[in-house]
Design a protein around this ligand. Structure first.
Ligand SMILES: [Fe+2]
Length: 74
């Protein structure tokens, strides 16, 4: 899972840099990437948790669902 998080950190950092720079064109370009990557991460982790019968699966899936709702409002 750490490798998944490393890729996301890079995407989020690029998005953060664009936001700090006020680069609206880059923000518009990167936001769908952030959104897609988040959903890809959530789905991949949920599959891994189910396959491995992870004890915290429901709690972590709830966190994913909460973030999904927040992203849907942006
Ligand atoms: Fe997660």
């Amino acid at each position: 899972m750490n490798m998944l998080h490393e890729e996301e950190i890079e995407i989020i950092n690029d998005f953060h840099d664009a936001a700090l720079a006020g680069d609206v064109v880059k923000i518009d370009k990167l936001f769908p990437v952030v959104h897609f990557d988040a959903e890809d991460h959530f789905t991949t982790e949920e599959e891994m948790m189910a396959q491995n019968k992870f004890y915290g699966e429901q709690m972590h899936k709830s966190e994913h669902d909460s973030m999904r709702k927040k992203l849907a409002t942006l």
